[in-house]
Design a protein around this ligand. Structure first.
Ligand code: 5RP
Length: 233
């Protein structure tokens, strides 16, 4: 089975992550997302700290915590710093209105909290993630106790739910928060906002991976190393 972050060496991801890392100002408190594209940003921020800037970071997963420690980025918490200057994070898909679907790494609950705690939320992707309309499956973190109910909600909303299974453990993926993930396929999502609200209303949903009205900018890295920036109007 192919590992999720097999594209760690993607030049587009690297270009986007490193370009976004240049937005981090000296003295800022930042949020660090999760995934292979964000990993490039975290390493680049670590290099900027070596060069002399001062930064504190809130992480969104065990993965980003480990990468931040390795990169020498001092950590803090939302309890100590509830308002962040900037968060850099990846995405599984981005549409023309800069709505995004996240959660491929099952970290979207903390990622959403950190995104909404930030003055600026910057998404880093390669070109393969851009789509006119969202049609990627929506990851939904659920309380294990509520798995059946949430699957029924997804069916009622016209989706096809599938419990995410682990690849190097028997049984389901367990998130960093101790929950399950249901991946829900809806085909092309015509009304992103409505689906986002409906999913949030299902009891037992901890958080889903649709992020609307929160992205400030998207950095799209190309294989030739160039980066295009899109800003929310
Ligand atoms: C983790 C995420 C990731 O940001 C998203 O899956 C993109 O990952 P990658 O940069 O490895 O393609 O939402 O929950």
């Amino acid at each position: 089975m192919q590992k999720r972050n097999a594209t760690l060496g993607s030049p587009g991801k690297q270009a986007a992550g490193e370009a976004a890392a240049r937005l981090v100002d000296d003295g800022s408190v930042i949020g660090l997302g999760t995934g292979s594209t964000t990993a490039f940003a975290i390493k680049a921020i670590g290099r900027r700290i070596d060069e002399g800037i001062d930064v504190l970071a809130v992480v969104t997963s065990y993965q980003s915590e480990m990468l931040a420690i390795e990169a020498g980025i001092p950590l803090t918490t939302l309890a100590e710093h509830p308002e962040l200057d900037i968060t850099i994070d990846g995405a599984d898909q981005v549409d023309a209105d800069l709505n995004v679907i996240k959660g491929g790494g099952a970290a979207h609950t903390k990622e959403k909290v950190v995104a909404f705690s930030s003055d600026q939320f910057v998404v880093v992707v390669d070109g393969s993630k851009m789509k006119e309309q969202l049609d990627h499956f929506v990851p939904i973190e659920v309380l294990p106790y509520a798995k059946e109910l949430v699957m029924r909600c997804v069916h009622e909303l016209g989706g096809e739910p599938r419990l995410r299974l682990a690849s190097q453990k028997d049984g389901p993926v367990i998130t960093d928060n101790g929950n399950f993930v249901i991946d829900a396929a809806f085909g092309t999502i015509d009304n992103v906002e409505a689906l986002s609200i409906s999913l949030s209303m299902c009891p037992g949903v901890v958080e889903h991976g649709i992020f609307t009205d929160v992205v400030d900018a998207v950095f799209i890295g190309n294989t030739d190393g160039s980066v295009k920036r899109l800003d929310t109007l």
